[in-house]
Design a protein around this ligand. Sequence first.
Ligand SMILES: Nc1nc2c(ncn2[C@@H]2O[C@H](COP(=O)(O)OP(=O)(O)OP(=O)(O)O)[C@@H](O)[C@H]2O)c(=O)[nH]1
Ligand SMILES: [Mg+2]
Length: 354
Amino acid sequence: MQLHLVSGFLGSGKTTAIAAAARWLMQRGKRVGVVTNDQGRYLVDTAFFRLGDLPAVEVTGGCFCCNYDDLDARLTQLVESYAPDVVFAESVGSCADLVATVLKPLLELRHAPASLSVFADARLLRFRLLGYALPFSDDILYIFDKQIEEAGLLVINKADLLNSDERREVEALAREVYPQKNVRLQNSLDESQVAAWVGSLRANGFAAAAPSPAIDYQRYGQGEAELAWLDQRITLEVKPGQGQAAVVRLIETILERLAAQDASVAHLKFVLDDGAKISITAGGETGWRAAVPDLPGQQIALLVNARVQTGADLLRAAVAEAAQRVAGMPGVSVVLSPADAFHPGFPNPTYRMD
Ligand SMILES: Nc1nc2c(ncn2[C@@H]2O[C@H](COP(=O)(O)OP(=O)(O)OP(=O)(O)O)[C@@H](O)[C@H]2O)c(=O)[nH]1
Ligand SMILES: [Mg+2]
């Protein structure tokens, strides 16, 4: 079994690339499994993979590093129940120091052939390398930088969202700042580019930057603590034909409320019962409305995962206020499950192997 760890900041495109890679491999007769990971417990990504008929197990309530034994047990479960040829493990996007705390323990304790790819949103990376401001605190950006620093293979993703000059610029900057790394520009919405990424993955190749970069756990923990997490189920009862407009209004209003708080969205994502996934990331996509399908039914169930630089209570209030606003639309009622809203705990890895 080949194990490919995929890391990178919130919203950088890990799930998109893994889903496309898995489809591509499955069409070629390979058995593929996925391990998802998050600080939260109700994961859009797991639902998305399962709705796409991919066997997915999850490590929840913290990162792989702090739950290494759980990751190990989930891998064993996947191997015993499904015998995959390839497993992709997607680490939570606020996690850094994976080489020392996950990759090396997997190689040394589990003897699992494993690779690590680190994804970065091309737009954010370009801004960062040019020294332009990004909408996150210095401690959160410390995590962004450390993820990239430890990459053996850096995937500059969403390259399609840059023009050709910008693409050349970000690639040249990345090669200059990180001369030791394998760097690839990628559009993970293009199957052939994802296939090329998969083809380039070699277990034990691109394993890591060696040695693991030093990391200041106080800053890393502070960065995580400045992010708020919210997982919540939202059920809308609507009149026939009103579903799409109600969902769009809900998302627009959450974004408005967050903007009013001066909160910065790292990733706000929704999965609908029919498998549609709607994402808003720090890159500021405006095209998310096109991902909201026509919803002819009278009951619409959504799961929301929000990862935002703000306070957990403010985040909970933003979603509740948005739900109230949508419930003000004629013929619409809204039921919210209790929100799981919190700040990630201090990172405390099970193992750390330099
Ligand atoms: N244009 C473009 N959009 C992309 C690409 N890769 C991912 N996206 C979009 O970026 C958004 C976030 O993608 P995800 O795959 O959910 O990101 P992620 O890294 O798994 O996010 P977290 O799990 O929350 O950290 C989605 O709207 C994707 O469709 C790409 O190469 N090009
Ligand atoms: Mg994901």
